[in-house]
Structure formats: C-alpha cells, structure tokens
Design a protein around this ligand. Structure first.
Ligand code: TRP
Ligand code: ZN
Length: 866
C-alpha cells in the first residue's frame, strides 16, 4: 500500500511514440468473474499468458488503485518474494512460456467519481475502459496491442440488477438461492482491454432486429430507464440506418448475434464503442420533440453511427498504441460525417463540420496545446482525445478520399480492412493501404500526420487581358508549433474554379495539388478577369487568403455553384467587415446587408443552408482572425452589425418568421430546415431593436411544440434584460427541473448568453441547488459553455478566469479527466492584452500549485503556461 502511494506521487512520466516496443507477454485468453455490488465488488481474473519472443523479462500487469488479495500462477499461490509492485504495475517473474495467472481484487464502484473503470451511475453499474480504465478493474497489461478472448461471468442481486450485460454473446445464466443471479457472456473476437464492458442494471429495453447483407439476424437492444423508453426511437432508427449504410458504402457487416446500447447519466465523453455493448452518455440516446432540439437529434444520429462504425474502424482493426488514436477516431469521424450527410443535406453537413473544425481545431492548432494528428509524446492519454485527433484526423482521410476518387478510395479501405482484420494497426498501415489500394504516392502527404499547425495558403491571381492568360500563384506556410519550429511544405489538394463574372459560370472544377512552398498554375482562355473560387468544399483544412475584393466575395456568395463556396464567401465578407470595424477602420457593411438580402430572397435555396450562411461568424471565430483579441470590441461590432442587418431587413424577418411557423411537429429535413431559418429570423428580428421583439420571442417560447424553437427563443431572451427573460427562465426551470438533460439547457443557455451580468449569473448558478460537480454534463453545461463565451469569460475583471479555475481545482479531486477539459480556454492568454494575459497566467499558476494535482490537469495547465 505504501508502495502504491509513493508511485502515485512521483513526477508524471512522459510517454514517447518512438519508445514503442512489442509486448513481452501476450494474453490470448482471459476469464473474469465479477461479484457485483456498488459498495464492494470482487473481481477474479484468470489470464492465460504467453511469452512473446525470446527474452527473459518478467510479466508486467498494470493496476491503478488496486490491491491484490490473491495472486496465483498455474494454481499455486505466490509468495511475497515472487512478485512486487513497481510504478503502478505488478511484476511477476515467470519461468515457462505459457502460464495461467490468477488475481483477486476488490473495488468500490459507488465511490469511483472519476467515471473510469467500474462505477455507479443512477443506480446502475457500468464500465468505461478507454483509454486506461481496465487497469482500475483488474491487473492486466493495459495496452491496445494485446488482444484477448473474453469469458465473463457476473453475479449480482437480481432485484436491484435484473439486467446483466457484457461484450459478445450471452451464453448461460441462472439464479442462485440467495436472491442473486448470474450470467455468462463470451466474445469470440479477440479484443484489446479498452473495449471491455459490462453493465448491471434495472433497465428497460427497446428491442429490434436487423438482418445483415448475408442474411444473419442481429438482436438490437437500447437499454434505458423505463420512463425513457419512448425517447429511444430516433437512436434505434439511426442504428439500423448505420448498419445498412456500412454494408452499402464500405461492404462491412455486423459480426455478432446481439448489439446492445446502454444509456447512462454520468459519462465523461459522448459514448464508447465497447464490442457489442456500446455505452452512451444518455444525451446521445434520448430524444423527443419536447426535450430535444434538432441539433440534439442530429447529435444522437451522428454518435450512434460513430460508435457503430467503430465496430470495423477501431474494433476489428484496432490501434497498436495510443499515438495511433486518430487511426480509429479520424477515420470513424469521417465515416459518421458522410453517413449524416447521406441522411440529410451534404451542403449543410459540410458547413457544420467546417464550423466545428474551425472553432475547436484551428484554435487548438494555433495555441500551446497544438499537436500533430499522430502525436510524438504525452503525459496523460486522456488529454489527447482532441479536435486534432478527431476532426483534423477526419479531414486527412477526406483529403485522401478526394485525391483517390470514390472507387480507388474504396479499394484502399477494402485492402485496409482485409489486411489488418484482427490486428492492432498504425496510421502508417492505413496510409500504405491507401497507396497500394488506390495506386498513388502519399510520401509527402504523410506530413499531415507529422506536422502540427494549420497551414496558411495565400492565393495571388493575375490576369492578362491580351493573352487571356491567368496566373494563380499559391504560397503555403505552416506556422511553428510547440516542439516543431521549422516546417516542410505540405501536399495540399485545392478544388478550384475560375468564374466568368459576366456569365456567372466556370469551365469546371479542378483539383490543384499544392506541394511546394510557392507554386504557380496557368489557365488559358479568360477574356475577362475571372473570380477565384478556391478550396471549394473545404477540400483542405487550411486558412486561405486571397486577393479577391469584397465585390468578388459578394459575387461568389450569389453565384458559386459549390454550396460551401457560397457560404464561405458570405462568411468572409462578414469577417472582413467586422475585423476592419474592430480595428477602428471604416468598412462597407451595406454590402453585407445586400448579400444577405440576396440570399434570403433566393427561392432556389434550402432554408437550412440560408440560415447557416446568413448567421454572423461567432465572436470566438472573429477573435481567431486577429493577433490580439479584444473581446469587448468584437462583441460590440458584431452586435452592431447584427442590429443593422436586423433593422435593415426587418419586414423580411417578420415575414419569414410568420411564414415558417409549422402546423405540427415533423422531423423531416424540410421541417428542420424551416425551424432553423425561423430561429435565425427571430434572432435578427429581436436584434433589430423592434419594440415587440421580446414579446415575439416570448410567444415563440410559449407556443412552441418542440425544443428547437423553445430553446432558440429562450436563448434570444436570455441575451437581453426584458421582463420576458426572467419569466421564460422561470417557466423553463419549473417545467424541466425533473429532467437532467433538459435542465442542462437551462444552465447552458444562461452561461452562453450575453446578459450584462453573465459572469455573476454563472457564479450564482455554480451555487444553485441543481448544480453538481459529479455529473460531467452539468459541469460542461455551466462552466464549459461559459468558457466558450468569449465576451463573458474574458471579462476584464478577471472574474471569469477565477470562476473556471476554481471549478477546475474542485473538480480535479473528483474527476480529473473532465477537469482537464476546462483548461484549454485559459491557454489562449498570448492572444490577449497584458492585463488579461497576466490574470490568466496567474490562474494557471494557482492551479499548478494545488498539492496532489492530477497528471491530467498538470499536463494541460503546464503546457498552457509555455
Ligand atoms: N472512443 C470513444 C469515441 O470516440 C470516446 C472515448 C474515449 C471515451 N475515451 C473515453 C468515452 C473515456 C468515455 C470515457 O467514441
Ligand atoms: Zn470514436
């Protein structure tokens, strides 16, 4: 025991990618016996171990917070001298090449507040093992390149835990005569221990069936608390659609007889792809019109698909080590993005994905926590479940898919899945499969995995009227990032079209490959100077700078036949105006109003696309365009422009708002689009300053038969100080105080709002009786939302920093993983004025000074100070 405490207090170690070595011992089989009880659970593990290669190194079994009550090798209890603990692992010297190692430990799931390993949530017991939670359940070599066959037996009180689930297929069960019962599950597919899962619960099941392309019937189950059953329909539809989609698009079929999903209230991330037993944050399962917005519905669909797709991209082919995390995450995000696009609108989905990429990943890539898609080192792997690994990783796959084209990309993925099925693979394996299957050379492309930082591409176009020649010169620059001062040029695929300003058409979309630091491309036959549309569809995750005028942008916002290009032109038009205004320069905002007028009166456009396009860029995105962020000036300029757009087009907003009111609720794409546009019209109508703004918002709030319109109305009211604001908040609170997921919205809307006293409000909400640090969703709703509210968080008093730092310090004692996720906003200090920067640094230093700080927060806060 003394041993273990001293290892925990030791300085956190840095793990390096280049230190990878194949495992000394393999574990082909493991049998687990759980005697489950929230207050005391006993776990007996029987590992068959096999020496891997010719060496005499001992067996190392990771254990985190575990005390071995029994250890036996080949049935013989070990003497004290036959094993020892060293740096969080049990070391056993073994003489032969195969042995059976048995251990017994005790756990207290109900006091596991980290939500890693075996824990209790809302009366049920569940597990979370990725990345390194299995070592909190039993002694085991906890690394993803050890694949084992699992045989799991669970015993629990039958009245409290009538449902016993684990990975794979159920094989046996029975009753004991003391009121307890047992079940045995086996998983025929060897898997890494991070995919292990079990659930013991009193839950109801939405049961369904899916027949796979080869005609096998799969039993599907979504397990939730009984009253939540009516809210599981959307998740079930999403699951069946995902299964069919992976067969159709990737030729990949499900491989077990059952597929179960369990929803739990306390969860550190969105969901987890455990083999045959996905465990979900209930936020991504439960949806009905009364409590879920259209964004929530899309979130359910996307995350259900994501976890299901992991069955091939992650489970059948897993990761060799955690540096390869993007191998499964980047690819799986790419797959779920395309699935959602196929289920709805490709144009709108692409716009949403790029917006998320820019908001989260570009910000990460330009700050102290920037890291490559395949990182070189880490202290705590939980900190690397980032937008870079997930979203930039997905963009890398997207670029390869674009360069290869659909057929060759499919040949590449077929080769990848077939070649590596049942293996723990690397990002390099994936790229090699793309090269061989697609018959391309990706040598230079590999730099996308190695170099961090968002490339900047500058485009300079010149036109010679006499010859009709156009010269497009492209320059790229990859900025320095921590540990990478000098960068090499990337291979950047840029979809490009040159528009004839007279006809509004072009001669085709070309894929330009920018591979040099500076490179020129020539085009013939342009009588008039063309308008450049580049990085169409956001073909590469770069920051583009062009020498096009505001008039060119207005032209593209009206004529580009690439939907993303059209959106992008409009957004850039707005960004240019706002950035100029923040800098105190005059800018022609009438051009923005005119472009918006043109877009909202174009009858050929999808309403959701219109809504996305005409919304002003977020304050955080605007801040990102500036070397020095002035949160107050940004807020003021954006607010003023919003007011101007609102007032100038007021009759149109009024008309749209009235005409998009639906007769009844539907979840069709058309109905969702209409709601999105209606909420945007409401936003501008209220921003116009019209006298009845708050009343209109309040009626929408009051009359809405769905959460999409209700929450949007609440959000608009929360930004102001009208009496309707307090009334609406009060009604919302009382209507939903019994429903945690919906009450989260009550916290979140206020923390994300622009009420003049937002900082004080958040401080009060942190003391509200419904606030708790033990539920990650609640923490994110309040402090996560607040830290993303640039204007409020960066209040010049520094109070916002103090609030978030206090939360991090308190939460670190309970749940370090979730605490560490609140650190990054504080790391943007270099981009702010000296006063704010000093206050942010002081909070980071205060955090680092806390005795016993977790390595999760130590790593994030430490790096954020550099
Ligand atoms: N692998 C999961 C996914 O992307 C996410 C995940 C990683 C996770 N680590 C976790 C979930 C820890 C919960 C807790 O789908
Ligand atoms: Zn994932």
């Amino acid at each position: 025991m003394a041993d273990m405490q001293s290892t925990q207090a030791a300085a956190p170690m840095i793990i390096r990618r280049t230190d990878y070595r194949p495992p000394d011992w393999l574990v082909p089989d493991i049998a687990l016996d759980f005697d489950l009880d929230p207050a005391l659970t006993r776990v007996r593990a029987r590992l068959s171990v096999a020496r891997n290669g010719d060496h005499d190194r001992p067996l190392r079994l990771d254990g985190d917070g575990l005390v071995p009550l029994e250890i036996a090798v080949d049935g013989v209890p070990l003497a004290q001298t036959d094993w020892h603990m060293e740096a969080g692992a049990m070391i056993i010297a073994l003489s032969g090449d195969i042995h059976v190692v048995e251990t017994l430990v005790e756990l207290v799931p109900e006091s596991n507040s980290k939500l890693m390993g075996l824990y209790a949530s809302g009366g049920l017991l569940c597990t979370q093992c990725e990345a390194e939670g299995f070592r909190r359940i039993t002694f085991f070599p906890d690394r993803p390149d050890i694949l084992s066959r699992y045989d799991v037996r669970m015993i629990a009180d039958k009245a409290r835990f009538p449902v016993l689930l684990a990975n794979g297929d159920p094989v046996e069960n029975g009753d004991l005569d003391d009121g307890r019962h047992w079940a045995r599950w086996t998983d025929p597919y060897p898997k890494p221990c991070y995919l292990f899962a079990l659930v013991a619960a009193d839950l109801a099941c939405n049961e369904d069936r899916f027949v796979t392309m080869s005609g096998r019937e799969v039993r599907l189950g979504i397990w939730v608390k009984e009253p939540d059953l009516p809210r599981t329909g959307h998740a079930m539809e999403a699951l069946k659609n995902s299964m069919a989609w992976d067969e159709r698009v990737y030729g990949r079929e499900y491989d077990l007889d059952v597929f179960n999903i369990v929803a739990v209230a306390d969860f550190n991330f969105g969901a987890m792809e455990n083999k045959g037993l996905n465990i979900f944050n209930s936020r991504y399962i439960l949806a009905d019109p009364e409590t879920a917005t259209d964004i929530d519905y899309d979130g359910v669909e996307g995350v259900v698909a994501h976890e299901y797709f992991h069955n091939w991209s992650g489970n059948r082919v897993t990761c060799r080590d955690w540096f390869q995390l993007s191998l499964k995450e980047g690819f799986t995000v790419f797959r779920d993005q395309n699935f959602s696009a196929d289920m709805g609108s490709h144009a709108v989905k692409r716009i949403e994905d790029v917006r998320i990429l820019r908001a989260a990943q570009f910000q990460e890539d330009s700050g102290p926590l920037a890291h490559p898609v395949r990182p070189e080192s880490y202290m705590e792997i939980s900190n690397f479940y980032t937008a870079t690994i997930y979203n930039k990783g997905a963009e890398l796959i997207r670029m390869m898919a674009l360069m290869l084209g659909p057929e060759r990309f499919r040949a590449g993925t077929d080769l990848y899945f077939d070649r590596h099925d049942g293996q723990a693979a690397t990002c390099e394996d994936f790229v090699r499969a793309m090269e061989e299957g697609g018959n391309v050379d990706l040598t230079q492309f590999r730099r996308w995995y190695e170099q961090a930082g968002t490339p900047r591409v500058r485009a300079l176009m010149t036109h010679d009227p006499a010859s009709g020649q156009v010269e497009l010169t492209l320059e790229q620059h990859v900025p320095p990032t921590p540990g990478q001062p000098d960068k090499k040029p990337m291979a950047i695929p840029l979809r490009t079209a040159l528009f004839d300003p007279a006809t509004g058409t072009h001669h085709g979309d070309q894929l330009l490959m920018l591979t040099e630091a500076r490179q020129s491309f020539r085009f013939e036959g342009h009588v008039a100077a063309p308008v450049l549309s580049i990085n169409r569809g956001f073909s590469a995750p770069v920051i583009m700078e062009t020498n096009g005028s505001q008039a060119d942008l207005a032209f593209l916002s009206a004529h580009d036949d690439d939907a993303f290009g059209r959106y992008e032109a409009m957004q850039q038009l707005m960004v240019n105006v706002l950035v100029a205004q923040v800098a105190g320069r005059l800018a022609d905002d009438d051009a923005v109003v005119a472009a918006i007028r043109h877009t909202i009166t174009d009858p050929g456009l999808d309403a959701a696309f219109v809504a996305e396009t005409i919304r002003l860029p977020s304050e955080a995105y605007l801040g990102d365009q500036m070397t020095l962020v002035d949160p107050d000036a940004i807020h003021a300029a954006r607010d003023a422009l919003q007011h101007k757009i609102g007032a100038a087009l007021e009759p149109i907003w009024r008309d749209i708002h009235a005409r998009t009111k639906a007769g009844g609720f539907a979840l069709s794409p058309a109905a969702k689009s209409a709601r999105k546009l209606r909420n945007t019209a409401l936003l501008y109508l209220v921003a116009s300053g019209t006298e009845d703004g708050a009343q209109i918002a309040f009626s929408q709030f009051h009359e809405a038969d769905n959460m999409t319109e209700r929450q949007a109305a609440l959000g608009t009211l929360v930004n102001g100080t009208s009496p309707e604001r307090d009334a609406a908040l009060d009604i919302f609170y009382h209507r939903y105080s019994g429903d945690a997921l919906t009450l989260d919205k009550w916290f979140q809307t206020q923390a994300f709002g622009f009420h003049p006293d937002t900082v004080e409000l958040v401080e009060e909400l942190g003391r509200h009786k419904d606030f708790t640090l033990s539920n990650p969703n609640r923490v994110r709703s309040l402090y996560g939302a607040f830290a993303g509210n640039q204007w409020a968080f960066h209040h010049r008093s520094g109070k916002g920093y103090r609030l978030v730092a206090d939360c991090i310090l308190a939460l670190d004692r309970l749940n370090p993983q979730t605490a560490a996720r609140l650190v990054p906003p504080m790391g943007r200090w270099k981009r702010f004025d000296a006063d704010r920067a000093a206050m942010m640094r002081a909070e980071l230093e205060r955090i680092l000074a806390q005795p016993g700080l977790s390595k999760d927060v130590t790593e994030q806060a430490g790096k954020s100070l550099d």
